[in-house]
Design a protein around this ligand. Structure first.
Ligand code: NAI
Length: 339
């Protein structure tokens, strides 16, 4: 029987809760920044996920309302809202997965790096709390610039003595979601069947979609591949421009964040062969300490970092071109965290 049917069976027979023949493990998911543009739809999507038993919604303000609203949905998880720093510990205690979409988004004309000064501080303080209250949680970092915020969190955890590189993930799933959608449109294949790895990092040229490995295969011309690559790299800016000052991607990001968190939960629950692209500590791919690639997620977090596979000349060139920017973003994060 599927997990879903086991869950609906228990929740429709409340008195039998806990007696399902196939118990679904209890899992607590905390969302930090839950009242924001990404946080709210992400809270909704995580409330719909039957693998979640406790949903903890934290923000500096506004979470009691979001939590009350989402909690009325008749799905498995118990929802609690926590507002303000004094409630952060309770929000995090016992969390298996912590998703972080806290911080300011881009406005037209801004790069992700322009967010650094504000978001770096937010991430540093949230990571400090994670190291104290739920040091074993899988951390899903959404806050930009991801290329720097992941190294910041790593440094904070190292200082606290809680760092486990297998448990820290930069969420690059939206790049994959975009690459799949844009590829399907050009290749004229059903979008639901499409797979495209996206590697490197999560900003501009550091986003490197590997369309040569896209499935189902399609023989797209070089100029089409080039245009698809640029569109994937600029996908975030496309949304920022269209929203004209009202923020960046929130709905598609919430979807992508929910997909990635679901993969983490499945991995923790022992589902085999859970593979997603993510920006993680990595020494397999390049000389850089962090790199996005396909990773296998299991009970301990990152179980395996998969190689890049064979690249086209265009992708090989893209790989060389992204290293300088990625390196400086990583160094900027490390330097900030050590101050
Ligand atoms: P938003 O401004 O709508 O929401 C951010 C939320 O974070 C607000 O509710 C705010 O109160 C909260 N917040 C601020 N400081 C906090 C703290 N110390 N602790 C907890 N919460 C705090 O912004 P939006 O659109 O939701 O974006 C959030 C972040 O996600 C931005 O950094 C954005 O750049 C990033 N992002 C990442 C993407 C990715 O692919 N990884 C894609 C799109 C956005």
């Amino acid at each position: 029987r599927s997990v879903q049917s086991a869950v609906s069976r228990t929740s429709s027979h409340l008195t039998r809760r806990g007696y399902a023949t196939e118990p679904v493990p209890e899992r607590k998911v905390a969302i930090l920044g839950a009242a924001g543009g990404i946080g709210q739809p992400l809270s909704l999507l995580m409330k719909l996920n039957p693998l979640v038993s406790t949903l903890s919604l934290y923000d500096i303000a506004g979470t009691p309302g979001v939590a009350a609203d989402v909690s009325h949905i008749n799905s498995r998880s118990e929802v609690t809202g926590y507002a303000g720093e004094e409630e952060l510990g309770k929000a995090l205690e016992g969390a298996d997965v912590v998703i972080i979409p806290a911080g300011v988004p881009r406005k037209p004309g801004m790069t992700r790096d322009d967010l650094f000064n504000i978001n770096a501080g937010i991430v540093k303080s949230l990571a400090t709390a994670i190291s104290k209250y739920c040091p074993h949680a899988l951390v899903n970092m959404i806050s930009n610039p991801v290329n720097s915020t992941v190294p910041i969190a790593a440094e904070v955890f190292k200082k606290a003595g809680t760092y486990d590189e297998k448990r820290l993930f930069g969420v690059t799933t939206l790049d994959v979601v975009r690459a799949k959608t844009f590829y399907a449109g050009k290749a004229k294949v059903p979008v639901a069947e499409v797979n495209v790895p996206v590697v490197g990092g999560h900003a501009g040229v550091t986003i490197l979609p590997l369309f040569s490995q896209a499935t189902p295969q399609a023989n797209l011309d070089d100029d089409v591949i080039k245009a698809l690559t640029t569109r994937t790299q600029d996908g975030g800016t496309e949304v920022v421009t269209a929203k004209a000052g009202k923020g960046s991607a929130t709905l598609s990001m919430a979807y992508a964040g929910a997909i990635f968190a679901d993969a983490c939960l499945k991995g923790l629950n022992g589902v085999p062969d859970v593979i997603e692209c993510s920006y993680v500590q990595s020494n397999l791919i390049s000389e850089l300490p962090f790199f996005a690639s396909k990773v296998r997620i299991g009970k301990n977090g990152v179980e395996e970092i998969l190689g890049l596979g064979s690249l086209s000349d265009f992708e090989q060139q893209g790989l060389e071109n992204l290293k300088a920017e990625l390196k400086s973003s990583i160094e900027k994060g490390i330097k900030f965290a050590s101050q």
